[in-house]
Design a protein around this ligand. Structure first.
Ligand code: MG
Length: 383
């Protein structure tokens, strides 16, 4: 059993599951959450969903599955060092992207726009919806029936409107409180993972260069060290050496800075953590600045690169066309989704119908969305 700090999430003091279940025999409640996540359909779909690049662009790029595993790795390392709950951190990390649409940010934005007049679409809220409602696996409850703490960690952001529908889970968005430390930590592990692997994937794709990255202090610091130690190694190895050092630097800063804040704040339970005005797991102010500089670099040079933009533009068109076709005529949906859409239409009218369509589209992988688009709009394609 891990040596837990008093302010860590303790599975024995969990706020529990929506439907009561007997305690597990040989694992903790959070291990059970993690195990349920690994066995669910949404988790397997992460393999064919992407964040920046489209899945079929190359076998070496991160997918949302490998991204989630990297977040879990970074998250567990930090949790162990801070005596926080590793199992809970891992459960949150593995599930954090589960509600994401196909085609990363582009798909999310497109579905968001489509749903604008139908009560909106928020990917964090959708992740919770997948885990609470849409996964149909267990005889006795809807979804995976996860613990409060895992669900709290997955709901990173939430509009006031949706928070009001969530009872206790939504309260912190209404009262401006914090989630547990494991949730705060998983959030930053996510940031560390994607900033670094986007540098790696961006370099591999030839969209950004080592020369350009000389302007990014976080990269330059480590570049100089590696260059001095190993001037003759191949570029591929050099990049990996730099990135692993960048991750290490971010992780160390986060651990040290969080430790100081835990002490200063005088927290002694998870409820103390929840009542804080600010998250306590955060970088030092110097590192915040360096991390922001890297993010801004990626936004300017990678995420808006014309080759990425062409892809995201195509992705948006696919999502929009699928959405409008299905919303206009739900009989085009596969039977299972058609049946759901009919019921939701009966219960909530247009908003319910649109939600059923959004659930179907959000659940698609990149390649499934492309195939579905071709099946609907390409006369040559067999349906
Ligand atoms: Mg993520």
């Amino acid at each position: 059993m891990q040596n837990l700090a008093p302010y860590a999430a303790n599975p024995e003091l969990s706020r529990g599951r929506r439907v009561h279940e007997p305690a597990p025999n040989h694992r903790s409640e959070y291990q059970r959450d993690r195990d349920r996540i690994v066995h669910c359909t949404g988790f397997r779909r992460l393999e064919y969903k992407t964040q920046v690049f489209v899945n079929h662009e190359g076998d070496l790029f991160r997918t949302r599955l490998t991204h989630s595993i990297e977040v879990a790795q970074i998250g567990r390392a930090i949790a162990r060092a801070l005596h926080l709950n590793e199992d809970l951190t891992e459960a949150i990390a593995l599930a954090h992207d589960i509600g994401h649409t196909p085609f990363g940010h582009a798909g999310q934005e497109a579905l968001n726009n489509c749903m604008d007049e139908y009560d909106g679409f928020e990917h964090n809220y959708q992740s919770l919806r997948v885990l609470d409602v849409l996964e149909e696996k267990y005889a006795e409850f809807e979804g995976l029936n996860l613990t409060f703490e895992t669900r709290e960690g997955i709901l990173k952001h939430c509009s006031q409107k949706n928070a009001k529908k969530l009872g206790q889970l939504g309260e912190r968005f209404l009262n401006h409180q914090q989630p547990g430390l494991e949730a705060q930590l998983a959030n930053l592990a996510d940031e560390i993972a994607y900033n670094n692997h986007d540098v790696d994937d961006g370099l591999r794709a030839g969209l950004i260069s080592i020369e350009q990255l000389q302007d990014v202090r976080l990269f330059k610091e480590q570049y100089d060290i590696v260059q001095k130690l190993y001037p003759d190694i191949s570029e591929r190895r050099k990049i990996h050496e730099i990135i692993r050092r960048m991750i290490n630097r971010l992780v160390s800063d986060l651990i040290e800075s969080a430790e100081t804040k835990f002490k200063k704040s005088g927290i002694s339970s998870i409820d103390d953590v929840r009542l804080q005005n600010q998250p306590l797991v955060s970088f030092s102010s110097e590192m915040k600045e360096l991390s922001l500089e890297l993010k801004q670099f990626l936004r300017k040079n990678l995420y808006t690169h014309y080759r990425v933009y062409r892809m995201t533009n195509k992705a948006k068109n696919i999502i929009q066309k699928l959405f409008h076709a299905f919303l206009t005529d739900i009989a085009l949906l596969p039977t299972e989704h058609y049946e759901k859409a009919k019921i939701m239409d009966r219960e909530e009218g247009n908003i319910g119908r649109a939600r059923a369509v959004a659930d179907y589209i959000a659940g698609m992988t990149d390649r499934y969305a492309i195939r579905e688009h071709n099946r609907l709009f390409d006369p040559q394609e067999l349906t």
